[in-house]
Design a protein around this ligand. Structure first.
Ligand code: ATP
Ligand code: MG
Length: 441
């Protein structure tokens, strides 16, 4: 069985020594003397067990402690110095963050059981297997099953040279993945040229893509190389490909088939060697069905397809991502230490329509505006998410029924018989429902 790791936070350097002296088999502890050092140690390797020593001579700052305990990738154990009533002084929300407690003098058997339980729980929570190293995750943050699947797909994609189509909601990391494919593929030394097909007026797209010869049109005083040529030996990233006008779709298809282009106003066919990576947040299959996107181009682009999971489909990645964004956005000397446990719960409860970008923006905004040492749900603009209880099925059903009946009644000018007919229920049933839902006729 492999070695089990833990971080031992021992501010006084006395009590922890007693634990180390027990030389528990299988366990290796990294000893740190502050909560800040513990944050760092935990960021470098995870998942781990965290042990915190409560030493009466070296009290720990409660807010920093709360920030550390808000990490969900660690199981926490508290070790109290003999006779030290620290537990009684800790707020109960912090106490709840600990898996178990023990007081010195240490009992070897009790400690082993406690550590074993915490380790077992950690394994259950990280059933996906050992964490993927940051290099193996192409610079992306996420350890959830959908992200692991994504990394495995990227590993295959970087080994071939086919076009790629990346789908996924807004802010879910499509461009990040496109850049990663470039950086880890054989084209890493070539350029990465990004172009947003939705951001350029249709009249300009053609020359942006293909370039033009001198004198091709008024104002074309010299030859201009288009994006396809500029991406030679590298990657052309076509963002929002769904916005490409239909006639440009045909031109792009020809490029993918013949690997040649003709500049606007030119006759020469120029050989090009580019890998096209396209991204879209719209469903292109539907766009094809509606006649807005060419089916043959879709097949050509979608030789390998990738779909990024929405953040709400990988809630377990939120603590890790939040920590990463916090460190990226926090300016030097900022008094903010981390997230309160209420803030972390609110982050995990939010539905993230804007995905990782929204997460980043909320954290950045909170860091700038917060007056607290620990970010609160209010700082993140998530006070409602933090307090709102999830609706019960019963309440949800009632609100749907009420809406339906009220709309029908309105349509039928409050004629109950007509409404009942429209809804497919008897008059008696409808009256009963109106009564139950307290609908005023
Ligand atoms: N897995 C991840 N790990 C770390 N950062 C991420 C991850 N996914 C997205 N981001 C960050 O989130 C932000 C948005 O990502 P990106 O621009 O790639 O999204 P997008 O899907 O292209 O969005 P849009 O559809 O709005 O163009 C960026 O700052 C990016 O670095
Ligand atoms: Mg994008």
């Amino acid at each position: 069985m492999g070695e089990r790791k833990g971080v031992l936070v021992d501010p006084g350097g006395r009590i922890g020594a007693d634990l180390l002296a027990l030389e528990l088999p299988r366990w290796r502890f990294q000893v740190v003397d502050s909560l800040a050092a513990a944050q760092k140690a935990l960021s470098q390797a995870m998942p781990q067990i965290g042990l915190i020593v409560f030493d009466r001579k070296r009290p720990l700052p409660t807010d920093e402690l709360e920030a550390l305990l808000a990490r969900h990738d660690t199981e926490w154990l508290a070790l109290f110095e003999e006779g030290f009533e620290a537990a009684a002084r800790l707020p109960s929300r912090l106490l709840r963050s600990f898996h178990d407690f023990h007081s010195s003098p240490f009992d070897r058997d009790r400690l082993e059981v406690m550590l074993g339980h915490a380790w077992g729980k950690l394994q259950l929570l990280h059933q996906n297997g050992p964490p993927v190293a940051i290099e193996a995750s192409y610079g992306m943050v996420g350890q959830s099953a959908p992200m692991r699947q994504l990394y495995r797909k990227i590993a295959k994609i970087v080994a071939v040279d086919a076009p790629v189509l990346i789908g996924g909601e807004s802010g879910s990391g499509k461009e990040l993945v496109a850049r990663a494919i470039h950086r880890y593929s054989g084209r890493a030394d070539g350029p990465f040229i990004a172009m947003n097909c939705g951001g350029i007026s249709p009249s300009l797209i053609h020359s942006e893509l293909f370039g033009y010869e001198r004198g091709a049109f008024t104002g074309a005083s010299q030859r201009k190389v288009g994006n396809i040529e500029a991406a030679s030996c590298g990657v052309l990233f076509l963002d929002e490909i769904g916005d490409l006008p239909l006639e440009m779709q045909s031109s792009l298809l020809r490029v993918l088939q013949d690997r040649t282009i003709t500049r606007v106003g030119g006759t020469e066919r120029v050989q090009v060697d580019v890998r096209v990576i396209a991204a879209t947040h719209v469903d292109l299959v539907r766009a094809v069905a509606e006649g807005r996107f060419r089916e043959d181009l879709l097949y050509r682009l979608n030789v390998v397809g990738l779909k990024l999971p929405a953040l709400r489909e990988r809630v377990e990645d939120i603590p890790l991502l939040a920590q990463q964004m916090f460190e990226e956005c926090r300016s030097k000397g900022s008094p903010v230490r981390g997230f309160s446990s209420a803030a972390m719960s609110a982050l995990m409860a939010h539905s993230w329509p804007g995905n990782v970008r929204e997460l980043r923006n909320r954290i950045h905004h909170a860091l700038v505006m917060s007056d607290h040492r620990l970010l609160t749900p209010e700082d993140l603009g998530l006070a409602e998410a933090a307090s709102a209880e999830p609706p019960t099925l019963e309440a949800l059903r009632a609100s749907v029924e009420r809406e339906l009946i009220e709309t029908s009644l309105k349509k039928c000018r409050n004629n109950v018989s007509a409404t009942a007919r429209q809804l497919g229920v008897s008059r008696v049933t409808l009256y009963r429902m109106i009564d139950r839902l307290k609908i005023v006729l």
